[in-house]
Design a binder for this molecule. Structure first.
Ligand code: SAM
Length: 269
């Protein structure tokens, strides 16, 4: 990777600039992308799916790592020729031009795979929900979000950022913010700062029916977060549901921890 032209030179050579509609904010400093890949690994020969490689800064760092295979999913077709230049012909790199919201990850890789992405901000949350609740489970996820979204994923009960995203993320995974990045680290800089979240699926991942119910319960509870649960959860069982889960029906959503929400999602009433 060291004898390649710089990312900026590569973008210029291909006449490429960032498009807002694709949420494009590039990391052109390989020291930064190598650090993200170090935080994501070790991969120990497992495959890595990278969503939204763009000019390939993270891709270059992934190709230097111990990833067995690197599968890129990029929606913007303009980047395919540039990414093809990173292919050494060994079969380790695969480039898929597609919308990551629509791909079936299980068809892209054999066996466990990591997900690594500097996510397009406009679809970051729907992609995370897809990977958390979908039929395919990643080995681990290392994802760059807007800082505010990263905080909402990793928040503890009692934090201002605690809400639906924290409950669903942490019911499935252990989630930690592992790196902060200022807006100026990106080209062009976004309006807000960013942060990297590392998520590791829990061995006791809730079964799909429980996750579906958890999505309903958290949508209702946090949709009216100032109301008591007996009222915000009325259509799902109200006080009876709370009591079946050992939760005070007069409590508000923001005071119930992830385990409490899981008990509500599992409660039979
Ligand atoms: N990984 C690159 C980096 O760090 O410099 C680019 C990150 S940029 C924030 C987001 C990338 O995701 C862009 O390359 C964009 O074209 C791509 N993208 C946007 N929406 C996408 C989607 N639905 N599926 C796949 N890629 C998408």
């Amino acid at each position: 990777m060291t004898d390649l032209p710089s990312l900026r030179e590569t973008l210029d050579a291909h006449g490429l600039s960032a498009k807002k509609s694709f949420g494009q904010h590039f990391l052109l400093d390989l020291n930064v992308t190598r650090k993200i890949v170090r935080l994501a690994g070790p991969f120990e020969g497992r495959a890595v799916i990278e969503v939204g490689p763009g000019p390939g800064g993270l891709t270059r760092a992934l190709l230097e790592s111990d990833a067995g295979k690197v599968v890129l999913v990029e929606k913007d077709p303009r980047f395919v020729p540039l990414l093809t230049e990173l292919d050494d012909g060994s079969g380790r790199l695969e480039i898929i031009q597609a919308d990551a919201l629509k791909v079936k990850e299980a068809e892209l890789v054999d066996g466990p795979a990591h997900l690594v992405s500097n996510l397009p901000y406009n679809v970051g949350t729907p992609l995370l929900i897809k990977w958390l609740t979908g039929p395919w489970t990643p080995h681990a996820l290392t994802l760059m979000f807007q800082k505010e979204v990263a905080q909402r994923v990793a928040a503890d009960v009692g934090d201002d950022a605690y809400g639906r995203l924290a409950v669903i993320s942490q019911a499935v995974c252990e989630a930690r913010v592992v790196m902060d990045l200022p807006a100026r680290a990106f080209t062009p800089p976004p309006r807000v700062d960013s942060a990297v979240v590392h998520l590791t699926p829990r061995p006791d991942r809730p079964e799909p029916a429980v996750l579906k119910r958890l999505e309903q319960v958290t949508a209702a509870a946090f949709g009216q977060r100032r109301k008591m649960l007996r009222s915000s959860l009325k259509t799902l069982g109200g006080a009876a549901l709370c009591e079946a889960a050992g939760i005070d029906p007069d409590a508000r959503a923001e005071t119930v921890d992830v385990a409490g929400f899981l008990r509500m999602a599992r409660a039979e009433i």
